[in-house]
Design a protein around this ligand. Sequence first.
Ligand code: SDX
Length: 430
Amino acid sequence: MSQDAFRLLNPDGKEMDLPVRSGTIGPDVIDIARLYREQGVFTYDPGYVSTGSCASEITFIDGEKGVLMYRGYPVEQLAAHSSFLEVSYLLLHGNLPTASELEGFDRTIRTHTMLNEGMLNFFKGFRYDAHPMAMLSAVVGSMSAYYHDSLDASNPEHRDIFAHRILAKLPTIAAAAYKLNKGQPFIYPRNDLSYCENMLQMFFAVPAEPYEIDEVAAEALDLLFILHADHEQNCSTSTVRMAGSSGANPYSAIAAGIAALWGPAHGGANEAVLEMLEEIGDASQIGKYVKKAIDKNDPFRLMGFGHRVYKNFDPRATIIRDMCHKLLAKLGRQDTPIFDLALELEQVALKDDYFIEKNLYPNVDFYSGIIYRALGIPTSMFTVMFALGRSVGWAAHWREMIADPKGRISRPRQLYLGPEQRDYVPIEKR
Ligand code: SDX
């Protein structure tokens, strides 16, 4: 049962009741909207450790219990029974689709996978070794230069076509970036294939010979996209909401989210995990690197460990780790020493007092890169794969934010620590 209000007693004895709001589940929030106007003070919470930025109906996380639900459905159930496109419909529209709704959604996405042919010219300008995340954010940002026909955010149909284009075209853009890095010709999407089958053929097919879809790989990709689809108000999703709150073009807001995801503290961690495992090399070096991670004077952190919210196992990491075993066996890749090293590192870290005390567990990024590598996807593309899964979550949050009748531009304040007023000194007197 929630309290009605938090009573604030400020230094001069003046009291103020701050209303408390309760969600469906999860922690209550204290509504501080009147605080500055009535008390002349701001709250202070760098990194937003204890701050709720918005109300949302999309995803719920309980970090203590390791719970993740999309629109109320536990991610474990969706991973076991659903598909990425069905989960995408759920995130965007709030409920699981009927068979005919899913069929129509699938057909819509399949028929929006091609790019405006002019967009392919961007790839003639990038260096052959450009990082694919740089290309993804640039070309997604350019979508705002192509799609002027549907930018009325107050129009539900425009909000739909925006989401459909993001979901459908990002794999095509990602594949074009991958082909540029490989020095191979761009492969057009095929509407006769499922979402992940089509992605695999755009990545790995070559004009010189027929390409045979590996259904095991398609299923693995589909599961990884379900697990990456959304995660409440994480850094990149909050960036999309922040950029979109000014009324900016939604494609530009998604490009801002891609940029935020790229950081190694966020979605860039899956790439950093593989680089870290390669640097560790073999199990004999694990102790040395765990010590480095604990050493406050060493900037090294164990990539793929720790989480702002999960102070228990990240449920996604558990599912992906189990999937690793099955997939490597199915792909005949049991001899994957890097997976064995990851398992050993996890065991050592989880027994270490520092990691126990700090509640540092493997997160979604710890194992996902091992699967991407087993599928033949290069390390530089790992964060791109994260972005492809998360794109539907970004679109769902943008739609929720832009449809909020009480929505307003996000504009936080600060604690100012700069100099007091001082007068300009002419350069000859400095
Ligand atoms: C994702 O927010 C989301 O939902 C993100 C995500 C999503 O789906 O969108 O789940 C995806 O980004 C997963 C996280 C991927 N990042 C990494 O794996 C990078 C390694 N992890 C750390 O950088 C860190 O754990 C964060 C960024 C994930 C969390 O940072 P916080 O919440 O700011 O925690 P913190 O840095 O304050 O850490 C708390 C303590 C610190 O020690 P003290 O200052 O209290 O002494 O734990 C330590 C940290 O030094 N710590 C680590 C560590 N992570 C935290 N020490 C060693 N190795 C680590 N990995």
